[in-house]
Design a protein around this ligand. Structure first.
Ligand code: NDP
Length: 278
C-alpha cells in the first residue's frame, strides 16, 4: 500500500538514519529500516558514526540533514552513547522531518488534538492501526488500558486512544491491581518490557490485545546459550479470550517499521505541498 502511494505521489521520499556506536540491537533495527526504505524505492541513507563521536558532531550532522532537500525524514537511533544528550539531538531535528515523532513540537501537537499536523511516534501509530482494523467500528466509548507510560510508547498510545474517544486508563509500575484494571479493558495495550506479565485470565472476553513488549529470554530447548523473543503478554493463554491479539515477534515490530515509512512519505508530501495519503 505504501509503495502504491509512493508511486502515485511521483515523489522520492528520502530517509536518513543515524546510528552512533555499535549497539547490536540498534544495528539490527537500523538495517531493517534501511532495507525497507530501499524496497519501497525511497532515497535511503545511513550515517554510521563511532561511539566516540562528539555531541557537537552529531548535532552538525543533524543540521546538515535538516538543510538537505533530498531528505524528508531523519531518524537518530536510540539509545545514544552516554556522553551525548539525546534530548538536545532530538530537539535539533526539524519537526517537519522528525519521522520518529519524538520532537516536543510533534508530541505537543498530538497532545492538543492536532495529530493531522504532527508526525506521530511510529509504534503507537502502528498499534492504533491494528486496533482499528481489529475492532472494525469507531472506538468511541470503549475502555482502553495502556500498561506503560514511556514517552515513546505508553503516553502517545494513550493520547491516540483518547483522540478516538476511548475511556483511557494508563497503568505503570505503581498502579494497584493491574489484573482488575485489565479485566475491564476492551482494548489492552502492554508496553512494559516484562516477559509474559499479562496473564490469560487478565484478559476480558473478546478484548483486542496489543503486545508491544520485546523481551529476550533464555531458550535452553533451542540449545545451550540460545534465546528467544517473547512479549509482555502470555500469548497462548490470552489468545483463548482475546478476539484479536498480536504475536511477538511479527506483530507490532513490523508495523513500527511500516509507520516509519508512512511518516517519511507524509513528510515528503507535506514538503512538496501535496496531500499525504491516509
Ligand atoms: P520503558 O522501560 O521506557 O517503560 C516501561 C513502562 O512499563 C514504564 O512506564 C514502567 O512504569 C512500566 N512498568 C514496569 N514494570 C511494571 C509493572 N510491573 N507493572 C506495570 N507497569 C510496569 O519501555 P518502553 O516503553 O520503551 O518499551 C516497552 C516495551 O516495548 C519493551 O519491551 C520494548 O522493548 C518494547 N518496544 C517495542 C517496540 C516495537 O517496535 N515492537 C518499540 C518500542 C518498545 P514506570 O513508569 O512507573 O517505571
Amino acid at each position: 500500500m505504501i509503495k502504491q502511494a509512493v508511486v502515485a505521489s511521483g515523489l522520492k521520499p528520502g530517509l536518513a538514519v543515524v546510528l552512533v556506536g555499535e549497539d547490536p540491537a540498534s544495528q539490527v533495527y537500523v538495517g531493517a529500516k534501511g532495507r525497507k526504505a530501499e524496497e519501497l524505492g525511497f532515497h535511503s541513507v545511513q550515517h554510521t558514526l563511532s561511539a566516540a563521536t562528539s555531541e557537537a558532531d552529531v548535532l552538525a550532522l543533524v543540521r546538515a540533514l535538516n538543510a538537505d532537500p533530498a531528505i524528508h525524514g531523519i531518524l537518530v537511533q536510540l539509545p545514544l552513547p552516554g556522553h551525548i544528550n539525546a534530548a538536545a539531538v532530538l530537539e535539533t531535528i526539524d519537526p517537519a522531518k522528525d519521522v520518529d515523532g519524538f520532537h516536543p513540537i510533534n508530541v505537543g501537537r498530538l497532545a492538543i488534538g492536532e495529530p493531522e499536523r504532527a508526525l506521530i511516534s511510529c509504534t503507537p501509530a502502528g498499534c492504533l492501526l491494528l486496533i482499528k482494523r481489529a475492532v472494525g467500528r469507531p472506538l468511541a466509548g470503549l475502555d482502553a488500558l495502556v500498561i506503560g507510560r514511556s514517552n515513546i510508547v505508553g503516553k502517545p498510545m494513550a493520547q491516540l486512544l483518547l483522540q478516538e474517544s476511548c475511556t483511557v486508563t494508563i497503568a505503570h509500575s505503581k498502579s494497584r491491581d493491574l489484573a482488575a484494571l485489565a479485566r475491564r479493558a476492551d482494548i489492552l495495550v502492554a508496553a512494559v518490557g516484562r516477559p509474559e506479565m499479562v496473564r490469560g485470565d487478565w484478559v476480558k472476553e473478546g478484548a483486542v490485545v496489543i503486545d508491544v513488549g520485546m523481551n529476550r529470554i533464555p531458550a535452553p530447548e533451542r540449545g545451550a546459550g540460545k534465546t528467544r523473543l517473547v512479549g509482555d503478554v502470555a500469548y497462548t493463554e490470552a489468545s483463548l479470550r482475546a478476539s484479536a491479539i498480536t504475536p511477538v515477534p511479527g506483530g507490532v515490530g513490523p508495523m513500527t517499521i511500516a509507520m516509519l515509512m508512512a511518516n517519511t512519505l507524509t513528510a515528503a508530501c507535506r514538503a512538496a505541498g501535496i496531500q499525504p495519503p491516509h
